[in-house]
Design a protein around this ligand. Structure first.
Ligand code: AMP
Length: 437
């Protein structure tokens, strides 16, 4: 797959996606297609079969959801698209993605998985659900009971096919594929391509286009790379702690959407960091001003999307934080290359969730460098570092020339209260620290 240079990159609008979809993408703050999207969407829009090698975190869900939604008809009330996913969690996640993308179109999306009662599933199927996202076992059940009828199915997606194989579902998957009409479109996504998956692809896909993420890349050895396992809702908390512990000069934070740039920047500003958002909606001259402020030390944190941070060159950037994981190894390398400029050393930190671990391995493999695990600083580490900073600030103050003028004040306190110097110093430290922990 070819790499994405932002200046020549294809946009969602260029790919012929219908207006209601473009509208949702803009509401969600998506700026540009990820590499897997840029290459898959046009193929699937044409109605071709596709064999895609991509892991979670690359944007693969939208890579099939968007073109499929573009081709389906909201006025036909029967199952038009079936997505098979290995786990209940993934089925729910994919169904939610379909709901988000199609919210201006009016499709009915139904997740079906084991462990959930049949009643609601049956009701929704009777009402004419159009997009079914399910785990293989439960989908088979419904086909056998005659409650899921696939005779008019337009398309089938096999998501995380290697996981379905690993979990022992491959026969069920084949059975389901055989129960779909011969002319349906198939997209098969898998992070790896074991021979059993290749066999399924060879047997059921019709002259498929192959899409894969290129992984040849290299990183500068002057950049120390670490990762932390963090859930989405814990990222801000984790980042705040890291900022307290790490000695940083300037930080460049990468997120996926325009909305996230603003959201994260606002929250960091509220925590007292001089932060600004950088995204494609911000006029060019304002973006340049922000970068200039960063260079002059008037701004410490920029929260950016990939597109606007491409080529950004600010020597002060001591840390790059991948707040949201990049889509592929190439963009990872671009991102972390924003630190360690001009012969300096740099630090790169990557937040990943459990589900995204594969991408971490892919990055290590492609860059031939290990990424160390980094624990989120504990309360006691935070306290230690706060204490250290506090001591440091007092030592600095002792060396300040203006300290002389304070001595008579301390002397008069001593005279009036007859308190010991220790006690007075402790009281002053308390006043200086204010309400800070
Ligand atoms: P996936 O690899 O499909 O699990 O997607 C991972 C995350 O990336 C999801 O949270 C998506 O909402 C987000 N995402 C996918 N495509 C884009 C895009 N083009 N721009 C911004 N965020 C995206």
């Amino acid at each position: 797959m070819t790499s994405s240079d932002s200046s020549t990159a294809i946009s969602f609008a260029d790919m012929g996606l219908p207006q209601p979809l473009l509208q949702s993408l803009s509401e969600l703050g998506y700026e540009t297609p990820s590499p897997i999207q840029a290459s898959s969407i046009p193929i699937l829009m044409e109605g071709r079969d596709l064999l895609g090698q991509a892991q979670t975190g690359t944007g693969k869900t939208a890579a099939f959801a968007l073109p499929m939604l573009a081709r389906l008809d909201p006025n036909k009330h029967y199952p038009q698209l079936l997505v098979l996913a290995p786990t209940r969690e993934l089925a729910i996640q994919v169904a939610e993605a379909f709901q988000r993308y199609s919210r201006n179109m009016g499709f009915s999306v139904l997740p079906i998985y084991g462990g959930q009662s049949y009643t609601n599933q049956l009701k929704q199927l009777k009402r004419g659900a159009q997009i079914i996202v399910g785990t293989p076992g439960r989908v088979m059940d419904h086909i056998n009971r005659g409650t899921l009828v696939l005779t008019q199915l337009e398309a089938l997606v096999l998501d995380e096919a290697d996981e379905m194989l690993r979990m022992g579902f491959i026969d069920d998957v084949e059975w389901i594929v055989k129960h779909t009409p011969e002319k349906r479109q198939i997209a098969l996504f898998s992070a790896t391509m074991p021979k059993e998956i290749k066999k399924v692809a060879n047997t059921y896909l019709n002259n498929p286009a192959h899409v894969q993420i290129e992984t040849k890349t290299s990183t500068a050895s002057t950049i120390r790379q670490r990762y932390s396992l963090v859930n989405n809702n814990q990222k801000l908390h984790a980042f705040s702690r890291i900022l307290e512990i790490e000695s940083f000069d300037a930080v460049l934070v990468f997120v996926r959407t325009k909305l996230a740039t603003v959201d994260v920047a606002e929250k960091l500003s509220a925590r007292g960091y001089r932060t600004q958002a950088l995204n494609g909606d911000i006029p060019q001259n304002q973006r340049e001003q922000a970068i200039d402020k960063m260079k002059r030390g008037k701004l410490d944190i920029l929260v950016a999307t990939d597109v606007v941070a491409r080529g950004l060159d600010v020597e002060r950037v001591s840390h790059v934080l991948n707040y949201d994981i990049p889509y592929d190894t190439e963009s990872y390398v671009h991102r972390i290359g924003r630190t360690g400029r001009a012969g300096r050393t740099g630090d790169a930190i990557l937040f990943i969730s459990h589900r995204e671990k594969r991408l971490l391995f892919a990055i290590e493999k492609a860059t031939k460098q290990r990424i160390e695990n980094m624990e989120i600083p504990s309360i006691s580490q935070l306290n230690e570092s706060r204490l250290e900073r506090f001591k440091q600030s007092i030592i600095e103050a002792m060396n300040d020339e203006s300290i002389e003028s304070y001595i008579p004040i301390v002397e008069s306190i001593m005279e009036e209260t007859e308190a010991s110097p220790d006690l007075i110093m402790a009281a002053l430290a308390k006043v200086a620290q204010g309400n800070e922990p």
